[in-house]
Design a protein around this ligand. Structure first.
Ligand SMILES: Cc1cc2nc3c(=O)[nH]c(=O)nc-3n(C[C@H](O)[C@H](O)[C@H](O)COP(=O)(O)OP(=O)(O)OC[C@H]3O[C@@H](n4cnc5c(N)ncnc54)[C@H](O)[C@@H]3O)c2cc1C
Length: 407
């Protein structure tokens, strides 16, 4: 490291994934001076299932980036959820699948087009603090080079599931991840891709609580993976996720069919998830924590792109109002952000956590899939769940089971 460079910005955003890029786009569009920093140069890969569910598609619309993302993604209009015994229940809903390498680059370009500055590859090394307020951060250029110090009126932490950045800003409340997931990309001939237009989710006894997935992406490439939730109150899991994926690809019939005609176009790669709106403080004076860094990835489904973008938009809207305002107003922004996130998402995250516990009971999944084939209630609830128009407890509760039995 031979020199230190200094920069200043109204808003420093650390992490240029969906949450950071969304906040940068909103703030820069309001004329704020935004510096977005990432440890990676873009385009870069991010280990993910690449599924865009309705909350993500809507949030992209709010950013004005939906048509650009749609042009890069493969649309789908239904999802099949397979229970352990092999029956499935399906729901008709608009979905998309886009490799994160493309999605995240479109989002970053959207932020830059709105006027945000982007700097990479810089890894966060420390927080800058004055009298209990976060006033920026320090970075090391990756590959050796100079150090970078950024002074900012406000900092957004958007570093995803990584623990270290949370610790550096003293907002970590849990050290362990809440889930682990692995995925592989495979390429299939045209007729296979044409025949598989729906998303598939397999609730499998061996991936418990968790599931396997098959998401058809653009260009005949499928994203297949498994993810399972861990209990932070217990010892770290000994399950080998790669072994689970191998088993899933060999034993789940729809996956086996695809694999028999496919060739791998990536390694198997895995990553942790931070879910359940827990594990980190949402804010402290001078700092807002957004996206998966704040645990804003759903338990039960592991979907987090939509909530990452939504939290970036919320943070951006709040901060664009208080930029240039008094210190007291800026301090109040931290409380407002945390209260808004809890009010808007708290109940739904708690309900999803409850639903996640159901994944540990394969008999209940079997029952719901059986009723899904016999009545309309289960598939209607599944659709409403994805659209976020119903409370998950309408299905995942004793009353829900009773309703599923008769409707
Ligand atoms: C295997 C797997 C499958 C998943 N499948 C889906 C899915 O299909 N659909 C869905 O909606 N969600 C899915 N998720 C969850 C989803 O990936 C996250 O919810 C989402 O990426 C969160 O966005 P984010 O912007 O908060 O963080 P991220 O997308 O993780 O972005 C964080 C950014 O911060 C940067 N960064 C990290 N540390 C530092 C540092 N120290 N210094 C500087 N920069 C740093 C990173 O390089 C990265 O660019 C999946 C997750 C996993 C692991």
């Amino acid at each position: 490291m031979d020199s230190v460079r200094c920069e200043a910005a109204d808003i420093l955003i650390v992490g240029a994934g969906p949450s950071g890029a969304a906040a940068a786009r909103v703030l820069a569009a309001q004329g704020r001076d935004v510096l977005l920093i990432d440890r990676c140069t873009f385009p870069r890969d991010k280990i993910c299932g690449d599924a865009l569910i309705p909350d993500a598609l809507n949030a992209l619309g709010r950013l004005g980036l939906d048509s650009r993302v749609r042009a890069e993604s493969r649309p789908s209009s239904s999802v099949r959820v397979y229970a352990p015994h092999g029956r499935y229940v399906s729901a008709d809903v608009a979905l998309g699948c886009v490799p994160r390498r493309r999605l995240d680059d479109v989002l970053l370009q959207g932020a830059v087009a709105s006027g945000a500055r982007f700097a990479a590859p810089y890894t966060l090394t420390h927080a800058l603090e004055r009298e209990g307020h976060v006033v920026g951060a320090g970075f090391a250029q990756r590959g050796g080079g100079h150090a970078l110090t950024v002074h900012a009126n406000y900092t957004l932490l958007a570093t995803g599931a990584a623990l270290r950045p949370l610790e550096l800003f003293s907002v970590a409340e849990r050290r362990t991840a809440s889930a682990l997931a692995v995925r592989i990309y495979v390429h299939t001939p045209e007729h296979v891709a044409d025949a598989t237009r729906h998303f598939s989710i397999s609730i499998d006894r061996t991936i418990c609580p968790g599931y396997g997935w098959i998401f058809p992406g653009p260009g005949g490439v499928f994203n297949l993976g498994v993810g399972y939730f861990t209990d932070p109150s217990q010892a770290p899991p000994t399950t080998n996720p790669r072994a689970l994926l191998a088993r899933f690809l060999a034993s789940f019939a729809p996956a086996r069919d695809i694999m028999s005609q496919a060739r791998s176009v990536s390694d198997v790669r895995g990553a942790p998830l931070r879910t359940a709106l827990t594990g980190a403080a949402l804010a402290r004076p001078g700092l807002l924590v957004i996206g998966e860094a704040a645990g804003l990835t759903y338990p039960f489904t592991g979907e987090g792109i939509g909530k990452a973008i939504e939290s970036g938009i919320i943070a951006g809207e709040i901060l664009s109002r208080v930029c240039g305002a008094s210190q007291a107003a800026r301090d109040a922004a931290a409380h407002e952000y945390a209260a808004t996130i809890r009010a808007r998402f708290g109940a739904r995250f708690r309900a999803y956590q409850l639903a996640q516990r159901w994944l540990s009971r394969p008999l209940l999944s079997d029952f719901l899939a059986w009723r899904g084939g016999a009545g309309t209630y289960v598939s209607e609830q599944l659709r409403s769940l994805l659209l976020e128009t119903a409370d998950p407890r309408a299905l995942f509760s004793c009353a829900g089971v009773l309703r599923a039995l008769v409707r």
